[in-house]
Ligand binder design. Sequence first.
Ligand code: UDP
Ligand code: MG
Length: 312
Amino acid sequence: MQGLCSVVIPSYNEEAMIERAAWAVGSVLTDAGIPYELIFVDDGSRDETWARIEASAAANPTVRGVRFSRNFGKEAAILAGLGQAAGDCCAVIDCDMQHPPEKIVEMYRLWQQGYEVIEGQKSSRGTENALHRLAAKTFYSLISAASKIDMANASDFKLLDRKAVDVLVRMPERGAFFRALSSWVGFKTTSVQFDVREREAGESKWSTKSLIRYAVNNLASFSNVPLQFVTVLGVLLLGIDVIWAIVSLIRRIAGAAVGIGTGLGLLLMLIGGACMLALGVIGFYLGRIYDEIKRRPRYIITSVCGESPEEN
Ligand code: UDP
Ligand code: MG
């Protein structure tokens, strides 16, 4: 089976990379004799990214572009690209070429053998500083425990069969976490190892703040454990409270002078803290429920360019 392979490329302020990525991915797939289309999703870039995508699409019939009205994040860009894709299978690859394009061929061959979800797994994390590595490790062990999917070496570099793509695109969930959802959907899955390369041009789009937000949100979208944690903490505190009260009472009956003021103060502080924590967690999930029920679109497309293969 020689099906069409759509390659989705989320791009945010990647003006220096569009042509290079189109060329790199295109030539690899052409050499391998794989029919393909490239879908660049401009995630509200503020540089010349969209102009470069339009120029590529004008020069090259295999290139298409989708432009967001503002920055909606990589997850939204991936889902939008998958939504536009016409292929029998769809690959997702970073624009900065940190994911080696020749691996798409390997993934495609596995797809031809009948695999439906082919995950790209990092065999090395490239050059990240120690702090980043530690943070990433903590996040992935938490999310692996929460989602019961081993995510330590997961990436967004994947190839999905049309069946899996259709399921993902139709998911009503707003706070989608593509990396975990693609394993969550199941299907016949395998993985391919790759080495993370140096970014070719431009700079990483993640600030520490955006990474923390990303970690917390995705953790919450896969787990309710923090909510239970608060309940447990509450029960624990209550238990301590009761024991403390009983002990104080006994000591009082025995005639000892109990510094009840100190004890009470401490207890009050503890309970106050726990309550605040609980409210914070509940508020956080409430906020997420609010976001979900608003049913706002995940992204807004302002323009598209290039011809979809179906129109030909
Ligand atoms: N990206 C995006 N929207 C964003 C941030 C990033 O579409 O809000 C894209 C970016 O253009 C790139 C990919 O996601 O193709 C990975 O981003 P980056 O290289 O900055 O992340 P890193 O490799 O540092 O994790
Ligand atoms: Mg990168």
